[in-house]
Design a protein around this ligand. Structure first.
Ligand SMILES: Cc1cc2nc3c(=O)[nH]c(=O)nc-3n(C[C@H](O)[C@H](O)[C@H](O)COP(=O)(O)OP(=O)(O)OC[C@H]3O[C@@H](n4cnc5c(N)ncnc54)[C@H](O)[C@@H]3O)c2cc1C
Length: 259
């Protein structure tokens, strides 16, 4: 998958440009962008890491824990991972926190997928090829404790928010998580129950029944909020427009598209 990758090194306030780039379905899959500002203290590296643990959260979703090595990253960034003996690699947001002495990713097996299936079948002791970190989906230090942060995820799109919450205790956040089934509210005990809202589309769980896009119109917003969106393209596209209709400025919506 790497033959079409363009490596751009942009500086300045490119985070919003990247969000728009992704939002309007330009050829984002083939672009890896990292900013001087965000990544200057977390140099990109490529290395071999040993798998330590696989923790299944559902039949098809699991957390893969492996050595951290010298990897320095900012919460929200992603890495590119594949089994050492395999050619294919894919992007995964770091799920663990900046202070953890291991790296974790949250992976859902995709039907007929290649890498997600290989990772699901791997065992502790096997070796991974890991590149990174990449990306600028992160919280600026200035915003961290001065803004209300609203994280909106679909499925495994919760991964970077898990890293935010683990890395930055004390941030003022609300996490809105769209899932099909209650069992997909991955490790929800890791979040403050008063700050975690699940929107479950295929069963009743006593929480909010229906998709995130059904919940959001009734969610009170204001201009002090920063919105972080992560997950599939159509959720992000719809949520973006709901937020814009509610008067949220474009620069206060930051997104990371998975597929
Ligand atoms: C920046 C970034 C971060 C990502 N972080 C994560 C992460 O933390 N956890 C995670 O599980 N995935 C994440 N992904 C998606 C991941 O990179 C792979 O696309 C996914 O694991 C499928 O790879 P595969 O080789 O198994 O399937 P492939 O053979 O590459 O793809 C099969 C098909 O499945 C689609 N697809 C990809 N992901 C999904 C999905 N989650 N649900 C349904 N269909 C999908 C693809 O568009 C493709 O059409 C991220 C993607 C990006 C761009």
């Amino acid at each position: 998958m790497h033959e079409n990758i363009t490596l751009l090194n942009l500086s300045g306030s490119n985070k919003r440009i990247i969000s728009l780039f992704k939002l309007f379905r330009l050829n984002w899959k083939y672009l890896i962008v990292y900013t001087e500002k965000k990544v200057s203290d977390s140099a990109v590296s490529a290395d071999i890491y040993k798998i330590r643990q696989i923790r299944f959260l559902t039949e098809s979703t699991f957390v893969l824990r492996f050595d951290r090595g010298n990897m320095q990253f900012k919460a929200g960034q992603h890495i590119i991972v594949g089994l050492k003996e395999e050619l294919n690699q894919r992007e995964y947001s770091v799920y663990s926190g900046e202070q953890d002495d291991y790296l974790e990713i949250l992976v859902r097996e995709v039907f007929n997928g290649s890498v997600s299936l290989q990772l699901k079948q791997c065992k502790p002791g096997q070796l991974l090829h890991v590149n990174g970190p990449f990306g600028s989906f992160g919280i600026e230090p200035f915003d961290m404790f001065s803004k209300k942060l609203v994280f909106i995820a679909s499925g495994t799109g919760i991964a970077p928010f898990h890293s935010f919450v683990r890395s930055y205790p004390g941030i003022d956040y609300t996490l809105i998580h769209g899932v099909h089934y209650n069992s997909e509210a991955y490790e929800r005990n890791d979040y403050d129950p008063l700050r975690y809202i699940s929107c479950t589309s295929k069963e009743n769980n006593g929480g909010h029944k229906g998709r995130v896009t059904r919940f959001l119109p009734g969610f009170p917003v204001n201009q002090d909020m920063l919105f972080y969106l992560c997950g599939n393209n159509s959720m992000i596209y719809e949520v973006y427009h709901i937020l814009r209709d509610k008067g949220i400025q474009d620069e206060n919506i930051i997104s990371e598209v998975y597929f």
